[in-house]
Structures are given as C-alpha cells and as structure tokens.
Design a protein around this ligand. Structure first.
Ligand SMILES: NCc1[nH]cc(CCC(=O)O)c1CC(=O)O
Length: 330
C-alpha cells in the first residue's frame, strides 16, 4: 500500500548555492512522486556557515552544518532536511534518522586551477588551498614541495579566492562543482588511488525527526533511497564511527558496489602525511557495516590508533579545549 502523503512538506536546507541545489533536487523528485503535495524549502544559516575564519578541524563540535536544521524539524518548522552526507555526523542525536541516501554523484576530489592542469604540474612552493585534513595529508605525503593553506567558505567563495590569486590551485569535491553546473572548472580529477575520498563524499542524505503525528515519512521518502549508494556509505561511515570520526582527523573511507559485491578502502594519516595506514576489504554489499569493522581492524593493526592519537593531540593543543574525541571502539 502506498504511504499516506500530507498536503504539504517543508524541506530545511542551508542557504549555500550547493545546499539549495540539493534541496531543490529533492523537492523536484518528491513533486514528481507526489504531485498533490505542496513542497517548500526553508533556507537557514548554520554555525558552519558563519565561522569562516578557522579550519573546520579547529572549529570543533560535530554537526556544524546540520544542527540548526535539526532544531527546525524538532520545532515543527520543517519535515525533512537535505544534507551533503559528508557533513552529517556519524551518530545522529536521539530522535533523528536518515530516511534516504540518494544516488551518489562523482565521489572524487577535483583539482581546480586557472594556471595548472594537475598537482603534478605545480612548481615547488606553489600554494594549494584546502581545509580538509584528509586532503592536506594526502597532498603533503605525495607532494612535500607544495605549500598547503586553509580555504573555507562555500563553493563560490572558494572559487572566488582562487580567481583572486590567493592560491595556485584548490582541491574541491567534484560532486559540488558538477551539481552547480561548473564541471569546466575541474582541470583534473584525483583518482581514489591518489586521494581516497571522505566517507559519504558525493552523496546526499535526507534526515527526518521522530514524528508525534504518526506520519510515516520513512515510507514517503523510501523511493528516493538508492540501495548501492546506501550500502557504500554505510560501510564508509562505519569506519569513521569506529575511529570517532570528525573533521579533526585525516580519515578516508570509500566503497564501491558492483551488484552484490563491495570493495571498501580506508586510510588514516597524520596531518603532515608522514605516517599513513591504509587497508582494503572485499565482501558482500549486504554486510556493509561488517566490512567497515573489518577494514578498521586492518587499519588498527597498522598502528592507526597511534596515528590518530597524534592527530587528536594536535587538535586538542590547537583548541586549548578538552579532548572530546571518544576512544576508538567497534
Ligand atoms: N565540507 C564541505 C562540503 N560538504 C560537501 C561538499 C561537496 C559535495 C559532496 O561531497 O557531496 C563540500 C565541499 C567540498 O568538499 O569541496
């Protein structure tokens, strides 16, 4: 039996152009499924959008880009929230759930520059912009002659800083550039072998809150769930969870699903790229989380915990704040 659909649904979204594109995409797909339902978008600003002068790893706290949207749902101002899955904490607060994961866009990192075609072409001392510890550590490991400088802000802001000449090149998620109709800005793509993507990169998720009115939003949103993507990101997010995943740690986890088979790769490193652990496993896509645990165990055998303790000590020192990262667990 088809789900009972209300006459109106409100989508909470951040106001960046990418977030709005994603919310509009979900709105359009829902409108197609449920033409009788009036679907509106509520734009909001989050703490992650406001704090732009610090690297994400130094802002601290999880869910910087999602909290305000959750409050809107809690207060009944919105029914669902659309997020870049990469920005969604591994553990949602009590009473919230992911209702659907949409088909993944290109998960790769993109090299963006006005003067150079790839990381290999950059001369010694060239400045590369990124605020992702993962990207920073991968670049430092392979290109020790390059200088990495922080780069924050939404996609348009970041591209503006590149165009102004602040950087020789910047690294961005290919997915965002493609969604915004800017694929021509991509000079080259970094293959997973060179730059393993972050857990959830390129995937969008729909979050919902527990309802008091009995509305079955899970069932309403189920047709938007893309099973192979949901399986891949379940494995990736399990790895992040095991290692207390946050933006304070250079951690990558990337799964591909081919029919019933999954290939999961993961990596942890120190921010300077000098120490790195990486591992991969293959197995049934239906056992996504179990594969996440397995690959985490392989990482642990390579001193991943020690590598992460270096990262967390650095983060805590930079923060002058108590170290809130939980101990690794499975
Ligand atoms: N943390 C910011 C963020 N969250 C999601 C994306 C890109 C889109 C995606 O990965 O789905 C980006 C920008 C970037 O990494 O360049």
């Amino acid at each position: 039996m088809a789900a009972q659909v209300p006459s109106k649904l409100i989508i909470a979204s951040r106001e960046s152009r990418l977030a709005m594109w994603q919310a509009e995409h979900v709105r359009d797909r829902l409108s197609e499924l449920y033409p009788q339902c009036d679907i509106q978008i509520l734009g909001m600003t989050t703490r992650g959008d406001q704090i732009l002068d610090r690297a994400l790893s130094k802002v601290g706290g999880k869910g910087l880009f999602v909290k305000e949207l959750e409050v809107a749902m809690e207060e009944g101002r919105a029914d669902l929230a659309v997020h870049s899955l990469k920005d969604v904490p591994m553990e949602l607060p009590q009473g919230f759930a992911l209702a659907a994961v949409l088909e993944r866009e290109d998960p790769r990192d993109a090299f963006v520059s006005n003067d150079y075609a790839s990381l290999d072409d950059l001369p010694a001392g060239a400045v590369v912009g990124t605020s992702s510890l993962r990207r920073q550590s991968l670049i430092a490991a392979r290109y020790p002659h390059l200088v990495i400088k922080p780069l924050r802000g939404n996609l348009d802001t970041r591209l503006g800083k590149l165009d102004r000449g602040d950087y020789a090149a910047i690294i961005l998620a290919a997915a965002g550039l493609k969604r915004l109709g800017l694929p021509q800005r991509i000079r080259s793509l970094l293959e997973p072998e060179a730059s393993l993507p972050a857990a959830g990169q390129g995937a969008m998720a729909i979050e919902i809150a527990q309802r008091k009115d009995g509305l079955d939003l899970m069932a309403i949103l189920a047709p938007l769930n893309h099973v192979p993507t949901a399986q891949a990101v379940a494995a990736e997010r399990k790895v992040s969870k095991v290692f207390g995943g946050s933006c304070q740690v250079p951690l990558a986890a990337f799964a591909t699903v081919d029919g019933a088979a999954m290939h999961l790769r993961a990596m942890v490193a120190t921010p300077d790229g000098k120490r790195m652990a990486s591992a991969e496993v293959r197995g049934p896509a239906a056992s996504a989380e179990e594969l996440g645990v397995q690959v985490s165990e392989l990482l642990r055998q390579q001193d991943a915990v020690d590598i992460l303790s270096v990262c967390l000590a650095e983060a805590a020192a930079a923060d002058h704040a108590p170290n809130q990262a939980p101990a690794p667990r499975t």
